[in-house]
Design a protein around this ligand. Structure first.
Ligand code: AMP
Ligand code: ZN
Length: 459
């Protein structure tokens, strides 16, 4: 069987062939660590975690997911909170890894940090200047897009049209509006490194080009990220890396996930409509969130709603219900393989809706089976499927115990608690009132006091 992957550069699904037989390299642009990850940020992490699991079934994989710990948004977060940059990045790196782990995302093989690769970035920029692809101006170093005829190919943009249509105010030191910064000067209070162009800091795009080369080589097999990164981030990474390597391709397959939206509006930090993974895992099991993120094909948009979550929970109940109470011997478990149809679906450009449908069909078969041996074999196969998908990892009894403990509080119970809170407040017993609010919050109920009394909703 051949693995198929959709490549953004060629704009179509292609049979996947690694450069070196039996070995694959994959680079995924990781988080910029100035804030907690929202559920949209979790989509690429989960999608590429699944791709890494599928690839590992056949190849020796080297998977790098970087940490962007040099960025102006981080500097701003440090200023806003009166902390050092190191404190800010350390907090959010730790939180990111905890949150992703709650969603069953396995750690990548390599997690390079930008701050540890500044020498490599300076070396790459120096070579780009020497080869005539970059120029220095007023302490900045800019990539000269006009020197690279392939610029715009990944994002299907015509450079001449871009230049003609540029309305953005052009910094006086730029030759062209499209030229992008690889190095910029730092004021004394900002983080900076000594360089041939004075004390400064790298731009975001050069960080990834340098880290990818250092850990995975000049050409990588698969480069991934969210669709929003195609332009300018990946276009610029590709320009830098191919020019510095005399035209050698940067990535053989560009894989991009679609966007997650909430109420049909793109979820983004700048729009403020974000749902943090951190908050969500308090009220929804990580596996439910993971399944919800995989419920749509990775290139399709995914609208996040209570319904998506509930459907995913029901599906997991179905999987756990099918294996609950089935005695599976260690031998049967060890010999079990996921159904061929599930592997075929995943190897066909990560067709997760089809893979989940195969798991669903298998659960149905388990429920129907009357022969104990047959039942055990099918149940072991479902668990093997879960192994790849990163689902059905818990003991079924624990799953159902957790589900009933988490079970939604009934409306009557909520009303009774709100009444008790009202009474406590009337008696100026604020400790009890606050305790009730916390109890409701723990059960995923948010409350809002208004002129007509207290209203509640499930988060
Ligand atoms: P950032 O930390 O903002 O650089 O984003 C980290 C990753 O999350 C990138 O691969 C983005 O493309 C991806 N991303 C951000 N927002 C969304 C979203 N709403 N849906 C899917 N992916 C997203
Ligand atoms: Zn990147």
């Amino acid at each position: 069987m051949t693995i198929f992957l959709h490549d953004t550069l060629q704009g179509k699904k292609l049979p996947f062939e690694p450069r070196k037989e039996g070995e694959v390299t994959m680079y995924l642009c990781g988080p910029t660590v100035y804030n907690y990850a929202h559920i949209g940020n979790a989509r690429p992490a989960v999608v590429f975690d699944l791709l890494s699991r599928v690839l590992r079934c056949r190849f020796k994989l080297k998977f790098a997911r970087n940490i962007t710990d040099i960025d102006d948004k981080i500097n701003q977060a440090a200023i806003d909170t009166g902390r050092s940059i190191g404190e800010v990045t350390e907090q959010y790196i730790k939180a990111y890894n905890e949150d992703m782990s709650a969603l069953g995302v396995l750690p990548p093989d390599i997690e390079p940090h930008a701050t540890e690769h500044v020498d490599e970035m300076i070396a790459m920029i120096t070579t780009l200047i020497d080869k005539g692809f970059a120029y220095e101006a007023e302490g900045h170093v800019l990539f000269d897009v006009a020197a690279n005829p392939d610029y715009g190919k990944l994002s299907k943009r015509d450079l001449r049209e871009m230049i003609a249509g540029a309305r953005i105010e052009v910094a006086p030191y730029k030759r062209s509006a499209q030229d992008f910064v690889m190095w910029k000067p730092s004021t004394p209070e900002l983080p900076g490194w000594d360089s041939p162009w004075g004390r400064g800091r790298p731009g975001w795009h050069i960080e990834c080009s340098a880290m990818a080369e250092k850990h995975l080589g000049r050409t990588i097999d698969i480069h991934g990220g969210g669709q929003d990164l195609v332009f300018p981030h990946h276009e610029n990474e590709m320009a830098q890396s191919t020019c510095v390597h005399d035209g050698e391709p940067f990535a053989n397959y560009w894989v991009h996930n679609g966007f997650l939206s909430m109420d049909s509006t793109k979820m983004s930090k700048s729009l403020g409509n974000v749902l943090l993974v951190r908050d969500l895992v308090k009220v929804v099991p990580g596996e439910v969130i993971r399944l919800a993120l995989l419920s749509a094909h990775y290139r399709q948009p995914l609208n996040w709603s209570g319904e998506t979550v509930e459907e995913s929970r029901r599906m997991l109940d179905r999987f756990y219900g099918a294996v609950r109470g089935v005695a599976i011997s260690d031998e049967v478990r060890a010999a079990a393989a996921p159904p061929d149809a599930l592997l075929e679906a995943l190897e066909d450009d990560l067709n997760t809706p089809k893979a989940l449908a195969e798991m669903f069909a298998l659960a149905k078969q388990i429920n129907k089976a009357t022969d104990a041996e047959e039942k055990a074999g099918l149940a072991a196969s479902l668990l093997a499927a879960g192994e790849i998908m990163g689902l059905v990892k818990q003991d079924p009894e624990a799953w159902f115990a957790g589900a009933s403990a988490d079970d939604e509080m009934s409306a009557d119970d909520i009303d009774a608690l709100l009444k008790a809170r009202e009474e406590a407040r009337a008696n100026r017993d604020f400790a009890t009132a606050d305790g009730i609010r916390d109890k409701l919050a723990d059960a995923g109920i948010s409350i809002e006091d208004g002129p007509d009394g207290t209203r509640w909703r499930r988060i």
